[in-house]
Ligand binder design. Structure first.
Ligand SMILES: O=c1ccn([C@@H]2O[C@H](COP(=O)(O)O)[C@@H](O)[C@H]2O)c(=O)[nH]1
Length: 273
């Protein structure tokens, strides 16, 4: 998918919502535990209930890998389900990968060939040769961790040399490896005060922004400082949406929670775009 196609979806749905499928076997409604694949059954109901309100879904790999081979099966079924039933949706593997070149090649093959994700999150620490193998798949995206939403972002990401913070250096350098149609950046909503500075470096790239909802980031602040001419934002919310309800009405409750976020997004697009 190109950035223009993504923007078309955003305009059509008045939404830049990415729903995080952080599906935890210990948190899903009990009635699903009797099905053959409870994780997939949960995801399927969430997706069916929310697909018209979101432009992207982001399964976080940890939730699937922690279940071994069953988790991988649930993940693959989830990706295929979205792809065949809702082909316009953008699917992100939140895997935070990256390794020496020949290993990154195989990560790319895993997410873009063996599975049909549109994008994979990648950690920048190992540098250019750990990132560029992902670009060999045309139409697929790298989403590079730039400024993360967690407290530990303070440990390294703000380190400053010659008036330049480490995350700014990461963005400036890596922007030369890819382009606006194959590269996005993760910037936490809890760091929204940095978005205006980030937009000076990369005015046109899409940003994946986790940290609203359960982590307390402000959607209004993110939109005010982060929106660009093509929207340029995918804002993720996981727990606040998928665990909005705990009983048999969980999908209905998830829809209500997603609708609330989508309505706020529609207003923000109107206000700032
Ligand atoms: O900086 C980051 C990078 C990734 N994440 C991931 O996004 C979701 C957030 O979940 P919520 O339930 O909406 O808090 C989760 O998968 C994280 O691993 C992040 O939060 N911050």
């Amino acid at each position: 998918m190109t950035s223009a196609e993504l923007f078309n979806q955003i305009k059509a749905k008045k939404s830049f919502l990415c729903i995080g499928l952080d599906t935890d076997i210990q948190k899903i409604p009990r009635q699903l535990l009797d099905t053959t694949d409870p994780i997939f059954a949960f995801n399927k109901e969430i997706i069916d209930a929310t697909h018209d309100l979101a432009v992207a879904y982001k399964p976080n790999l940890a939730f699937y890998e922690s279940l071994g081979v069953n988790g991988w099966n649930s993940l693959e079924k989830t990706v295929n389900y979205i792809r065949y039933n809702y082909p316009d949706l953008f699917i992100i593997a939140d895997a935070k990968r990256g390794d020496i070149g020949n290993t990154s090649n195989l990560y790319a093959r895993a997410f873009f060939d063996a599975m049909d994700f549109d994008a994979v999150t990648v950690a920048p620490y190992m540098g250019e040769d750990s990132v560029t193998p992902f670009f060999t798949y045309v139409g697929k995206w790298v989403i590079l961790l730039a400024l993360t939403s967690n407290k530990g972002a303070d440990d390294f990401q703000y380190m400053t040399e010659n008036n330049e913070k480490l995350f700014e250096r990461v963005i400036k350098t890596s922007a030369k490896w890819g382009n606006e149609d194959n590269m996005m950046y993760v910037v936490g909503a809890t760091r929204a005060e940095m978005l205006a500075d980030i937009r000076k470096i990369i005015p046109n790239h899409f940003l994946l922004v986790p940290g609203v909802g359960a982590q307390g980031g402000s959607l209004e602040e993110v939109a005010k400082n982060g929106l660009n001419k093509q929207c340029g934002l995918l804002v993720n919310s996981s727990r606040q949406i998928i665990y909005a309800g705990k009983d048999e009405k969980f999908a209905e409750k998830a829809r209500e929670a997603a609708l609330e976020v989508r309505d706020e997004m529609a207003g923000l697009l109107e206000k700032y775009l």
